[in-house]
Design a protein around this ligand. Structure first.
Ligand code: TXA
Ligand code: MG
Length: 353
Protein backbone atom coordinates (compact mmCIF):
# COMPACT_ATOMS: atom_id res chain seq x y z
CA UNK A 1 0.00 0.00 0.00
CA UNK A 2 1.48 3.41 -0.94
CA UNK A 3 2.38 5.48 2.13
CA UNK A 4 0.23 8.61 2.54
CA UNK A 5 1.12 11.70 4.48
CA UNK A 6 -1.62 12.02 7.09
CA UNK A 7 -2.56 15.58 8.03
CA UNK A 8 -4.32 16.56 11.24
CA UNK A 9 -6.87 19.23 10.28
CA UNK A 10 -8.33 21.61 12.88
CA UNK A 11 -12.08 21.39 13.37
CA UNK A 12 -12.67 24.89 12.00
CA UNK A 13 -13.87 26.37 8.70
CA UNK A 14 -10.43 25.98 7.07
CA UNK A 15 -10.15 22.36 8.18
CA UNK A 16 -13.62 21.53 6.91
CA UNK A 17 -12.90 23.15 3.52
CA UNK A 18 -9.70 21.15 3.13
CA UNK A 19 -11.35 17.89 4.28
CA UNK A 20 -14.16 18.45 1.77
CA UNK A 21 -11.68 19.16 -1.02
CA UNK A 22 -9.77 15.95 -0.26
CA UNK A 23 -12.98 13.89 -0.24
CA UNK A 24 -14.14 15.35 -3.56
CA UNK A 25 -10.73 14.45 -5.04
CA UNK A 26 -11.17 10.79 -3.99
CA UNK A 27 -9.12 11.01 -0.77
CA UNK A 28 -9.54 9.27 2.60
CA UNK A 29 -10.50 11.58 5.48
CA UNK A 30 -11.38 10.57 9.03
CA UNK A 31 -13.94 12.82 10.74
CA UNK A 32 -15.83 12.94 14.03
CA UNK A 33 -19.44 11.85 14.31
CA UNK A 34 -21.47 11.89 17.53
CA UNK A 35 -20.75 8.14 17.94
CA UNK A 36 -17.14 7.44 16.89
CA UNK A 37 -14.73 8.77 14.23
CA UNK A 38 -15.53 7.52 10.72
CA UNK A 39 -13.07 6.94 7.86
CA UNK A 40 -14.76 8.73 4.97
CA UNK A 41 -14.56 8.46 1.20
CA UNK A 42 -16.77 9.56 -1.73
CA UNK A 43 -19.51 6.90 -1.54
CA UNK A 44 -20.21 6.85 -5.30
CA UNK A 45 -16.53 6.52 -6.34
CA UNK A 46 -15.45 2.82 -6.31
CA UNK A 47 -11.73 3.69 -6.33
CA UNK A 48 -12.07 5.94 -3.29
CA UNK A 49 -14.16 3.27 -1.53
CA UNK A 50 -11.54 0.59 -2.27
CA UNK A 51 -9.06 2.79 -0.38
CA UNK A 52 -11.13 2.47 2.81
CA UNK A 53 -10.90 -1.33 2.78
CA UNK A 54 -7.17 -1.16 2.05
CA UNK A 55 -6.38 1.39 4.77
CA UNK A 56 -8.31 -0.50 7.46
CA UNK A 57 -7.38 -4.02 6.38
CA UNK A 58 -11.12 -4.63 6.31
CA UNK A 59 -12.53 -7.73 4.62
CA UNK A 60 -14.48 -6.94 1.44
CA UNK A 61 -17.60 -8.76 2.71
CA UNK A 62 -18.20 -6.19 5.46
CA UNK A 63 -20.46 -3.39 4.09
CA UNK A 64 -20.02 0.32 4.83
CA UNK A 65 -22.51 2.86 6.21
CA UNK A 66 -23.29 5.82 3.91
CA UNK A 67 -23.56 9.21 5.65
CA UNK A 68 -25.95 11.92 4.42
CA UNK A 69 -26.31 15.61 5.31
CA UNK A 70 -30.06 15.24 5.75
CA UNK A 71 -33.04 13.09 4.95
CA UNK A 72 -33.61 14.82 1.59
CA UNK A 73 -30.45 13.06 0.27
CA UNK A 74 -31.94 9.61 0.90
CA UNK A 75 -33.11 9.12 -2.70
CA UNK A 76 -29.52 9.41 -3.95
CA UNK A 77 -28.59 6.10 -2.31
CA UNK A 78 -31.77 4.25 -1.27
CA UNK A 79 -35.03 3.38 -3.03
CA UNK A 80 -38.46 2.01 -2.15
CA UNK A 81 -38.14 3.59 1.31
CA UNK A 82 -40.97 2.17 3.44
CA UNK A 83 -43.15 4.42 5.56
CA UNK A 84 -41.71 3.04 8.80
CA UNK A 85 -38.21 4.09 7.71
CA UNK A 86 -39.47 7.65 7.20
CA UNK A 87 -41.03 7.58 10.68
CA UNK A 88 -37.74 6.49 12.26
CA UNK A 89 -35.78 9.10 10.26
CA UNK A 90 -38.18 11.85 11.35
CA UNK A 91 -37.75 10.88 14.97
CA UNK A 92 -34.04 9.97 15.23
CA UNK A 93 -32.15 11.86 12.47
CA UNK A 94 -29.79 13.51 12.79
CA UNK A 95 -28.57 10.92 15.28
CA UNK A 96 -27.01 7.50 15.94
CA UNK A 97 -29.46 5.34 13.96
CA UNK A 98 -28.49 3.49 10.76
CA UNK A 99 -31.31 2.23 8.55
CA UNK A 100 -30.74 -0.66 6.13
CA UNK A 101 -32.77 -0.03 2.96
CA UNK A 102 -32.92 -1.27 -0.66
CA UNK A 103 -30.03 0.40 -2.50
CA UNK A 104 -29.95 2.62 -5.57
CA UNK A 105 -27.93 1.19 -8.49
CA UNK A 106 -25.65 4.27 -8.25
CA UNK A 107 -24.16 2.89 -5.01
CA UNK A 108 -21.10 0.76 -5.89
CA UNK A 109 -21.26 -2.93 -4.94
CA UNK A 110 -18.07 -2.49 -2.94
CA UNK A 111 -19.90 -0.16 -0.51
CA UNK A 112 -22.59 -2.75 0.21
CA UNK A 113 -20.38 -5.85 -0.11
CA UNK A 114 -22.59 -7.00 -2.96
CA UNK A 115 -25.81 -6.81 -0.95
CA UNK A 116 -29.01 -5.39 -2.47
CA UNK A 117 -29.34 -3.12 0.57
CA UNK A 118 -27.41 -0.12 1.87
CA UNK A 119 -26.94 1.15 5.45
CA UNK A 120 -27.54 4.93 5.75
CA UNK A 121 -27.52 7.51 8.48
CA UNK A 122 -27.55 11.29 9.06
CA UNK A 123 -24.93 12.03 11.74
CA UNK A 124 -25.68 14.64 14.41
CA UNK A 125 -22.13 15.93 14.97
CA UNK A 126 -21.87 19.55 13.73
CA UNK A 127 -18.47 18.95 12.05
CA UNK A 128 -19.79 15.85 10.24
CA UNK A 129 -22.81 17.82 9.10
CA UNK A 130 -20.78 20.77 7.83
CA UNK A 131 -18.34 18.43 6.08
CA UNK A 132 -21.20 16.64 4.28
CA UNK A 133 -22.74 19.95 3.20
CA UNK A 134 -19.39 21.32 2.04
CA UNK A 135 -18.36 18.16 0.16
CA UNK A 136 -21.91 17.87 -1.21
CA UNK A 137 -21.48 14.08 -1.50
CA UNK A 138 -22.76 11.00 0.27
CA UNK A 139 -19.79 9.77 2.32
CA UNK A 140 -19.15 6.08 2.97
CA UNK A 141 -17.53 5.67 6.37
CA UNK A 142 -16.82 2.72 8.65
CA UNK A 143 -15.32 3.39 12.07
CA UNK A 144 -11.80 4.80 11.56
CA UNK A 145 -9.84 2.00 13.29
CA UNK A 146 -7.70 -0.83 11.96
CA UNK A 147 -9.88 -3.89 11.40
CA UNK A 148 -11.00 -5.59 14.65
CA UNK A 149 -9.49 -2.89 16.91
CA UNK A 150 -11.63 -0.77 19.29
CA UNK A 151 -13.45 2.06 17.50
CA UNK A 152 -11.78 5.51 17.76
CA UNK A 153 -13.39 8.18 19.92
CA UNK A 154 -10.51 10.71 19.61
CA UNK A 155 -8.36 11.95 16.73
CA UNK A 156 -5.32 10.43 18.54
CA UNK A 157 -6.93 6.97 18.30
CA UNK A 158 -7.35 7.43 14.54
CA UNK A 159 -3.69 8.43 14.16
CA UNK A 160 -2.52 5.54 16.37
CA UNK A 161 -4.17 3.11 13.92
CA UNK A 162 -4.11 4.85 10.54
CA UNK A 163 -1.25 7.41 10.37
CA UNK A 164 0.51 6.91 7.01
CA UNK A 165 -2.53 5.10 5.57
CA UNK A 166 -5.05 7.97 5.12
CA UNK A 167 -4.91 11.58 3.89
CA UNK A 168 -6.23 13.46 6.92
CA UNK A 169 -8.14 13.43 10.18
CA UNK A 170 -10.47 16.30 11.02
CA UNK A 171 -9.99 16.81 14.75
CA UNK A 172 -13.22 17.44 16.65
CA UNK A 173 -12.06 16.29 20.09
CA UNK A 174 -13.70 13.35 21.88
CA UNK A 175 -16.96 12.05 20.40
CA UNK A 176 -19.94 12.41 22.78
CA UNK A 177 -21.85 9.10 22.43
CA UNK A 178 -18.83 6.79 22.27
CA UNK A 179 -20.49 3.65 20.87
CA UNK A 180 -21.56 3.20 17.26
CA UNK A 181 -25.02 3.73 15.81
CA UNK A 182 -27.89 1.33 16.32
CA UNK A 183 -28.51 -0.54 13.04
CA UNK A 184 -32.06 -1.55 12.06
CA UNK A 185 -32.88 -3.46 8.89
CA UNK A 186 -36.14 -2.01 7.60
CA UNK A 187 -35.83 -3.55 4.11
CA UNK A 188 -37.74 -6.74 4.94
CA UNK A 189 -41.26 -7.64 6.05
CA UNK A 190 -40.40 -7.17 9.74
CA UNK A 191 -37.86 -4.72 11.20
CA UNK A 192 -34.76 -6.39 12.64
CA UNK A 193 -32.17 -5.02 15.07
CA UNK A 194 -28.76 -5.76 13.54
CA UNK A 195 -26.56 -3.97 16.07
CA UNK A 196 -27.47 -2.33 19.40
CA UNK A 197 -25.98 1.17 19.64
CA UNK A 198 -26.49 4.81 20.55
CA UNK A 199 -30.30 4.81 20.25
CA UNK A 200 -32.00 2.34 22.64
CA UNK A 201 -33.85 -0.46 20.82
CA UNK A 202 -36.87 0.22 23.07
CA UNK A 203 -37.17 3.76 21.71
CA UNK A 204 -37.15 2.44 18.14
CA UNK A 205 -39.74 -0.23 18.95
CA UNK A 206 -41.94 2.43 20.55
CA UNK A 207 -41.94 4.55 17.38
CA UNK A 208 -42.70 1.49 15.23
CA UNK A 209 -45.33 0.15 17.61
CA UNK A 210 -43.80 -3.33 17.26
CA UNK A 211 -40.92 -5.28 18.76
CA UNK A 212 -37.74 -5.68 16.70
CA UNK A 213 -36.51 -9.08 15.57
CA UNK A 214 -33.22 -9.84 17.35
CA UNK A 215 -29.84 -9.80 15.56
CA UNK A 216 -29.02 -13.08 13.81
CA UNK A 217 -26.61 -15.02 15.97
CA UNK A 218 -23.23 -15.93 14.46
CA UNK A 219 -23.67 -19.16 12.53
CA UNK A 220 -27.46 -18.97 12.72
CA UNK A 221 -27.75 -18.67 8.95
CA UNK A 222 -25.62 -20.24 6.27
CA UNK A 223 -23.53 -17.97 4.05
CA UNK A 224 -20.98 -15.28 4.78
CA UNK A 225 -23.44 -12.38 4.59
CA UNK A 226 -26.18 -13.47 6.97
CA UNK A 227 -24.79 -11.09 9.59
CA UNK A 228 -22.33 -8.90 7.67
CA UNK A 229 -19.60 -7.45 9.80
CA UNK A 230 -20.99 -8.95 12.97
CA UNK A 231 -17.93 -11.05 13.64
CA UNK A 232 -17.75 -12.60 17.05
CA UNK A 233 -14.40 -11.07 17.98
CA UNK A 234 -14.23 -7.37 17.22
CA UNK A 235 -13.28 -4.17 19.03
CA UNK A 236 -10.62 -6.25 20.71
CA UNK A 237 -7.71 -4.91 22.73
CA UNK A 238 -4.45 -6.79 22.12
CA UNK A 239 -4.20 -7.69 25.81
CA UNK A 240 -6.51 -10.65 26.61
CA UNK A 241 -9.75 -9.48 28.25
CA UNK A 242 -11.68 -11.71 30.66
CA UNK A 243 -15.32 -10.70 31.08
CA UNK A 244 -16.96 -11.71 34.36
CA UNK A 245 -20.70 -12.24 33.89
CA UNK A 246 -23.46 -12.65 36.47
CA UNK A 247 -25.52 -10.47 38.78
CA UNK A 248 -23.69 -7.32 39.96
CA UNK A 249 -22.95 -8.69 43.44
CA UNK A 250 -21.85 -12.15 42.25
CA UNK A 251 -19.75 -10.69 39.41
CA UNK A 252 -18.08 -8.26 41.76
CA UNK A 253 -17.10 -11.00 44.24
CA UNK A 254 -15.80 -13.23 41.45
CA UNK A 255 -13.90 -10.33 39.92
CA UNK A 256 -12.05 -9.73 43.15
CA UNK A 257 -11.12 -13.45 43.30
CA UNK A 258 -9.91 -13.47 39.71
CA UNK A 259 -7.78 -10.37 40.28
CA UNK A 260 -6.15 -11.98 43.33
CA UNK A 261 -5.58 -15.24 41.44
CA UNK A 262 -3.83 -13.53 38.51
CA UNK A 263 -1.74 -11.37 40.84
CA UNK A 264 -0.69 -14.40 42.88
CA UNK A 265 0.53 -15.88 39.59
CA UNK A 266 2.70 -12.77 39.07
CA UNK A 267 0.56 -11.24 36.31
CA UNK A 268 0.21 -7.51 35.71
CA UNK A 269 -3.55 -6.98 35.92
CA UNK A 270 -5.78 -4.24 34.50
CA UNK A 271 -9.47 -3.76 35.21
CA UNK A 272 -12.38 -2.01 33.52
CA UNK A 273 -15.02 -1.30 36.16
CA UNK A 274 -18.18 0.69 36.86
CA UNK A 275 -17.77 3.45 39.45
CA UNK A 276 -19.92 1.39 41.85
CA UNK A 277 -16.87 -0.85 42.35
CA UNK A 278 -14.72 1.91 43.81
CA UNK A 279 -14.36 0.13 47.13
CA UNK A 280 -12.89 -2.90 45.31
CA UNK A 281 -9.88 -0.62 44.69
CA UNK A 282 -7.35 -3.44 44.44
CA UNK A 283 -3.91 -2.03 45.06
CA UNK A 284 -1.42 -2.29 42.25
CA UNK A 285 -4.11 -2.89 39.66
CA UNK A 286 -4.39 -0.50 36.73
CA UNK A 287 -8.09 0.48 36.77
CA UNK A 288 -10.03 2.36 34.11
CA UNK A 289 -13.31 3.60 35.53
CA UNK A 290 -16.49 3.74 33.48
CA UNK A 291 -19.71 5.43 34.67
CA UNK A 292 -21.85 4.11 37.51
CA UNK A 293 -24.17 1.14 36.81
CA UNK A 294 -27.08 3.60 36.57
CA UNK A 295 -25.23 5.83 34.03
CA UNK A 296 -24.81 3.77 30.86
CA UNK A 297 -24.39 6.94 28.75
CA UNK A 298 -21.30 7.89 30.70
CA UNK A 299 -19.88 4.36 30.42
CA UNK A 300 -20.51 4.33 26.67
CA UNK A 301 -18.68 7.62 26.22
CA UNK A 302 -15.61 6.19 28.03
CA UNK A 303 -15.60 2.57 26.83
CA UNK A 304 -13.30 2.55 23.79
CA UNK A 305 -10.90 5.15 25.20
CA UNK A 306 -10.63 3.05 28.37
CA UNK A 307 -9.96 -0.15 26.38
CA UNK A 308 -7.24 1.59 24.38
CA UNK A 309 -5.65 3.03 27.56
CA UNK A 310 -5.57 -0.40 29.19
CA UNK A 311 -4.03 -1.82 26.05
CA UNK A 312 -1.19 0.72 26.16
CA UNK A 313 -0.38 0.05 29.83
CA UNK A 314 1.80 -3.03 29.28
CA UNK A 315 -0.43 -5.46 31.19
CA UNK A 316 -0.77 -9.24 30.98
CA UNK A 317 -4.52 -9.56 31.44
CA UNK A 318 -7.60 -7.31 31.64
CA UNK A 319 -10.63 -8.09 33.79
CA UNK A 320 -14.02 -6.47 33.30
CA UNK A 321 -17.64 -6.78 34.31
CA UNK A 322 -20.65 -5.28 32.59
CA UNK A 323 -21.10 -1.63 33.61
CA UNK A 324 -24.90 -1.49 33.10
CA UNK A 325 -28.03 -3.61 32.72
CA UNK A 326 -27.41 -5.58 29.49
CA UNK A 327 -31.13 -5.74 28.72
CA UNK A 328 -31.90 -2.03 28.76
CA UNK A 329 -31.05 1.19 26.96
CA UNK A 330 -27.37 1.73 26.18
CA UNK A 331 -26.57 -1.25 28.42
CA UNK A 332 -27.41 -3.43 25.43
CA UNK A 333 -24.71 -1.77 23.30
CA UNK A 334 -22.18 -1.89 26.16
CA UNK A 335 -22.78 -5.62 26.71
CA UNK A 336 -22.52 -6.27 22.96
CA UNK A 337 -19.17 -4.44 22.61
CA UNK A 338 -17.66 -6.06 25.72
CA UNK A 339 -18.80 -9.50 24.57
CA UNK A 340 -17.00 -8.93 21.29
CA UNK A 341 -13.89 -7.49 22.98
CA UNK A 342 -13.48 -10.38 25.42
CA UNK A 343 -11.24 -13.33 24.84
CA UNK A 344 -12.89 -15.37 27.56
CA UNK A 345 -16.02 -15.19 29.75
CA UNK A 346 -16.30 -16.37 33.33
CA UNK A 347 -19.74 -16.91 34.87
CA UNK A 348 -19.96 -15.79 38.48
CA UNK A 349 -21.75 -18.36 40.61
CA UNK A 350 -24.71 -16.81 42.44
CA UNK A 351 -24.19 -19.13 45.40
CA UNK A 352 -20.57 -18.08 45.92
CA UNK A 353 -19.88 -15.85 48.95
O1 TXA B 1 -21.85 5.03 14.43
C1 TXA B 1 -21.55 4.40 13.41
O2 TXA B 1 -22.33 3.63 12.84
C2 TXA B 1 -20.13 4.61 12.86
C3 TXA B 1 -19.99 6.04 12.41
C4 TXA B 1 -18.67 6.30 11.73
O3 TXA B 1 -21.07 6.39 11.59
N1 TXA B 1 -19.87 3.70 11.78
C5 TXA B 1 -19.68 2.37 11.98
O4 TXA B 1 -19.37 1.66 10.81
O5 TXA B 1 -19.74 1.83 13.04
P1 TXA B 1 -18.76 0.19 10.80
O6 TXA B 1 -18.28 0.00 9.41
O7 TXA B 1 -17.74 0.03 11.82
O8 TXA B 1 -19.98 -0.73 10.95
C6 TXA B 1 -20.84 -0.88 9.85
C7 TXA B 1 -21.65 -2.11 10.01
C8 TXA B 1 -21.18 -3.28 9.20
O9 TXA B 1 -20.15 -3.98 9.85
C9 TXA B 1 -22.44 -4.09 9.06
O10 TXA B 1 -22.60 -4.88 10.23
C10 TXA B 1 -23.52 -3.02 9.05
O11 TXA B 1 -22.94 -1.84 9.46
N2 TXA B 1 -24.08 -2.79 7.71
C11 TXA B 1 -23.75 -1.83 6.81
N3 TXA B 1 -24.48 -1.96 5.68
C12 TXA B 1 -25.26 -3.03 5.86
C13 TXA B 1 -26.23 -3.70 5.05
N4 TXA B 1 -26.52 -3.28 3.83
N5 TXA B 1 -26.86 -4.78 5.57
C14 TXA B 1 -26.56 -5.19 6.82
N6 TXA B 1 -25.65 -4.61 7.63
C15 TXA B 1 -25.01 -3.56 7.15
MG1 MG C 1 -16.36 -0.69 13.03
Amino acid sequence: MPERKTRRLAGDEGGIQEAARLLRAGGLVAFPTETVYGLGAHALDPTAVAGIFQAKGRPADDPLIVHLADQSWLDQVARAVPDRAHRLAERFWPGPLTLVLPKQPAVPDSVTAGLATVGVRVPAHPLAHRLLVQADLPIAAPSANLFARPSPTRAEHVLDDLAGRIDAVLDGGPTPVGVESTIVDVSGAEPRLLRPGGIPAEAIAAVLGTTLLPPPRPGEHAGPQAAPGLLDVHYAPRTPLVLVLGSPSAARARLRQEIERYRAAGKRVGALLPLDDRELLPEGVHVEWLGAWAEPERSAARLFDALRSLDRAGLDVLLARLPADPERGLGRALADRLNRARQESVFADEAAP
